[in-house]
Every structure is written in structure tokens, then in C-alpha cells.
Write a protein that binds this ligand. Structure first.
Ligand SMILES: [Zn+2]
Length: 511
């Protein structure tokens, strides 16, 4: 009797201690350690109220002495402009587009171009114009639906998103039994028959969802080739974000990504040992004849040598980091120099906003093929300049009040490289220990044309997590100030001093 009482009390206490905090959310069953130390595992965007910090909560790197010329750069004003740009994306979603954002070739792209054109005019740039461009045929998902069924109960998979380049289905859709294949490596598939199944793969974001393990380790392709009927990739950011990774070009069957929350539900359904089926229906079109446009503007300088300052303007979802942060960095550079007399600008500044970075790069490719770079001293690519430092924390995610270190590149002379790295350090602009050997982003198309540099954070983008809440104002402010100082420094150097004497690649660091 006593023992039963004790047992009952223990069970009661155990359930109480679990029940006092909120009940374990969304399939996290084995998280006692997490719960004891941090409370429930947090995920984004669902727990944004606990994870997003106000801009003023981040330490602000003070303006280094002697740099009063850059005191006019105001991170909070830049942040307000980010919100104006992301609003075009939100309009696209509000209008009912399932594939939403500032997608090149859509009216939201056009609205963004119009806004940029207006900003160029407001800053007093000269020769402001739109250059109309034809886009190549586009993979274009119009609408889709995904759900799973366990024991007669069907649950919608709200976070499902077709991975760029994947195939659609007939209106009837495809239904298949789900099988879990871990990371989808060769080892995971040994001895497994996944023919006709819905292969569920866990993918690690490395570090962001655009580069993820199921893409670079070949899992998506491997599952396709092994005869799966559907391929489902769980994007390993804790929470319910919708992602749009790349890497499904050439896949044979519908290859979709889903959030960690939805992936946990499916895994736990599979752990019941009952059959779980997944159904996907997707209308994916190929659109031809879409058009878009580069936006150009010029601030004439004292000579005909020039500096090109560029930013891409298209985006998936809100695209606050990618690339509203870069667009406002470019605009801040324009505003700063427009307020100075022409005689103080040694070189002409050419501003360029390119529209279809993610859809074939028609804008920057035209520039590569036709623009005369013979008198270009420097290309400044403004792309993904500030993001909050994030951590995976047990089963959840933790944000911080720090600005994440960025990927970066400098191509040119040692003098240019030292100027860029010294200036980043001076302004507290954090970067990876090693630069890119070849730049990614929009700079990938023109870095062989002239000396160049960029910063390009690449953690949270191509996802619904890419909102202004994770784009700290002070990170954009410090980046813009450092870019201005680098441009001023370059204007103290001759073309020969900026251009490399060896190669356009940065020198490896000493051993
Ligand atoms: Zn970008």
C-alpha cells in the first residue's frame, strides 16, 4: 500500500515537473536536460518573442577616433529602409503568392526596382535609369500542398517548400510510404530499398540553409537515383521556418524541404512503427518571357576613373539580410558621397542595383559581358552585411546580442587587402578567419574584371527566418562606415597600386 502510494506520488511529481513548464512542444520528447537548464527548446520563427532583440540591445561599436567623417552613417535609419524593402515581399505574400518575395520578373521585383530608382533620384545621383533585361526561362512553383497520414489521421505539412529546380506532380499528387534515411549518405542507404518510398532525410545547415548537407553530400540526388517516389529534406534549423534551399536541379521526383518541427513530427510518427504516408501535390511551371531591370546611377567625380558600387535587389521571402541589408549599405554610400562637393570625390562613383541574382543573373551577366571596366579602380559588392549571431542549443536555437562574422573576399594588391582588413578591424566588422578563394554572391560574376571586395554573411537566408529582426542595425552601420573608409583609402591610391602585381586572388595567410 505504502509502496503504491510512493509510486503514485513519484509519477505525480514527475508529471508535475514536466507539466509546470509548458508541455513539451512539437515532438520534443527527450529533452529533460534542455528543459532543466534553459526551459523548453526554442525555435524560430515560432519563439521570436523570446529570441529577437531590439537593435538597442546590441553593443554598438563606437566610432573610432579620427573617423568623424563617417559619423553621419546611422544604423537605425538604415534599418528603417530595410523595413521599406521587405514590405514589397510581405505584399507579395499578402497577395496570395505561395512562392513569395521580391522574385525577379514579378511585379514585386518591379516595385523594388522602382523604389531603388526613386532612392537614386532622391540622393541626387545623375544618369539614373532602368536597363530593361530579358530573363532566361524560369523554374516557377505556382502552388503546392503536402501532408502526412498516420493511423487514419492526416496532418498538413505547412512548412513544405519545393527545392529549386525540382519536378512537380499531376493534380492527383503522389502518395508514398515514408522511410527515414538519416543524412542520406551512402552508409545510411546500405541495404535499404527505398524504391517507391518517400525518403525522409535530415539535413544539417552548413552554416545556412542554402548550403546544407543533403545538397553537398549528394543525399537528394542519391535518394532520387535509388528510386524514391518523393524526397523530403528536413532543414535542421530548430523551429517552423520555411526554407528554399538550392540543389534539386536534375532530380527526377518531387524533392521538398520541410521544417525541423514538421520533421520531428514525422520522425516520431515513424517511431510508432505504424505506416506513415506522405502526399505531395505540386504545380510547377516553366515561365518564359519574364523581364526585369538593372538600375543605374552615377555620382561624377574629379576624374573619369570610377568605383562601381553594386547590390542585388531580388529576394526569396522577406530577404532582410539577403539583400535589403546590402541595398541600404549601397544607398548609405550614395547618400554620404552625394553630400560632398564633387572635387572631394577623386573618382566617379557608379551605383548599380541588379535584380535577378537568384534566377540566372541576367543583370550582372550583362555587366560582365558589356561594361567597360578599364578605368575601374574598385568594385564594392554590398551583400548580406549584418546578421545576428545564432547558436544551435541542445534541441533548440539561441540568438545573441552579437553580430555574426561574415564570409569575405578581397581581390587586388597587397595594399588593397591590407586596407580592407585593417579597416574592418578598426570598425569592429567581424569576418571569418579565412577569405573566400573565389567570391560567391553577385561578385562571383565580375571579380575577374577589376579589384574588388565584399562581406557576405551566409547563415540565415533563403528562408522565412530572414527578417529584419535578425539584421542588427549596428552591424550595417559598422559595415557601411568601413566601406566608406575603404573607398576613401582607395582614392589615395593609383590604379596600379590597387591592382594586383601578382593575381586577383588574395595571398594565402602565412603558415
Ligand atoms: Zn544575396
Amino acid at each position: 500500500m505504502n509502496r503504491i502510494c510512493l509510486l503514485a506520488t513519484l509519477i505525480c511529481l514527475a508529471s508535475l515537473s514536466r507539466g509546470q513548464a509548458e508541455p513539451a512542444p512539437l515532438g520534443y520528447r527527450q529533452q529533460e536536460k534542455q528543459n532543466a537548464r534553459y526551459g523548453k527548446a526554442l525555435g524560430l520563427p515560432r519563439d521570436g518573442d523570446q529570441l529577437y532583440l531590439a537593435d538597442t540591445a546590441y553593443p554598438r561599436f563606437p566610432l573610432p577616433p579620427g573617423n568623424e567623417a563617417y559619423a553621419d552613417v546611422d544604423g537605425l535609419k538604415m534599418k528603417a529602409a530595410v523595413e521599406q524593402i521587405t514590405a514589397f515581399s510581405r505584399k507579395s505574400r499578402a497577395d496570395g503568392n505561395q512562392y513569395w518575395g521580391r522574385i525577379a520578373g514579378t511585379r514585386y521585383d518591379r516595385m523594388t526596382e522602382d523604389w531603388m530608382l526613386e532612392q537614386f533620384q532622391k540622393q541626387g545621383l545623375k544618369e539614373v535609369r532602368r536597363q530593361e533585361l530579358k530573363m532566361k526561362p524560369q523554374w516557377y512553383p505556382e502552388s503546392w500542398k503536402a501532408e502526412y497520414t498516420l493511423a487514419g489521421k492526416t496532418v498538413s505539412i505547412a512548412s513544405a517548400f519545393p527545392i529549386t529546380g525540382t519536378a512537380g506532380t499531376s493534380p492527383a499528387g503522389i502518395t508514398a510510404d515514408a522511410v527515414w534515411i538519416g543524412l542520406g549518405t551512402e552508409a545510411d542507404l546500405q541495404g535499404r530499398d527505398i524504391k517507391g518510398k518517400a525518403a525522409v532525410i535530415y539535413s544539417i545547415a552548413t552554416p545556412g540553409g542554402r548550403s546544407h548537407s543533403a545538397s553537398w553530400n549528394g543525399a537528394m540526388r542519391r535518394a532520387n537515383e535509388a528510386g524514391a517516389a518523393l524526397v523530403i529534406v528536413i532543414m535542421g534549423f530548430p523551429g517552423n521556418a520555411i526554407s528554399n534551399p538550392e540543389g534539386a536541379d536534375g532530380t527526377r521526383v518531387p524533392t521538398f524541404t520541410i521544417s525541423s518541427d514538421d520533421g520531428n513530427l514525422i520522425r516520431e510518427a515513424l517511431e510508432t512503427k505504424e505506416a506513415v504516408t506522405i502526399r505531395i501535390q505540386a504545380d510547377i511551371q516553366r515561365k518564359e518571357g519574364l523581364t526585369t531591370g538593372n538600375i543605374w546611377g552615377v555620382l561624377p567625380g574629379a576624374t573619369d576613373e570610377n568605383i562601381v558600387i553594386m547590390a542585388h535587389s531580388d529576394a526569396f521571402f522577406e530577404g532582410a539580410l539577403d539583400n535589403a541589408s546590402g541595398m541600404v549599405t549601397l544607398l548609405e554610400i550614395a547618400r554620404h558621397y552625394a553630400s560632398l562637393p564633387m572635387a572631394q570625390r577623386r573618382r566617379t562613383l557608379t551605383f548599380l542595383s541588379t535584380p535577378d541574382h537568384h534566377h540566372g543573373m541576367a543583370g550582372i551577366k550583362w555587366v560582365h559581358d558589356h561594361y567597360d571596366f578599364s578605368k575601374t579602380a574598385l568594385i564594392v559588392n554590398c551583400e548580406h552585411t549584418s546578421q545576428t549571431m545564432l547558436y544551435l542549443l541542445n534541441a533548440g536555437m539561441m540568438t545573441s546580442d552579437a553580430i555574426s562574422a561574415r564570409r569575405w573576399y578581397v581581390g587586388g594588391s597587397d595594399g588593397l587587402r591590407n586596407l580592407v582588413t585593417d579597416t574592418f578591424r578598426e570598425f569592429g566588422v567581424t569576418t571569418y578567419a579565412q577569405p573566400e578563394l573565389k567570391p560567391g554572391g553577385e561578385l562571383s560574376q565580375v571579380y575577374d574584371k577589376a579589384p574588388s571586395f565584399h562581406l557576405i554573411d551566409h547563415v540565415v537566408y533563403h528562408t522565412t527566418l530572414d527578417t529584419a529582426e535578425l539584421v542588427p542595425a549596428w552591424g550595417m552601420e559598422a559595415a557601411a562606415r568601413s566601406f566608406l573608409k575603404i573607398i576613401d583609402g582607395v582614392n589615395q591610391m593609383s590604379l596600379d597600386e590597387i591592382k594586383t602585381t601578382q593575381s586577383l586572388h588574395p595571398k594565402p595567410l602565412p603558415q
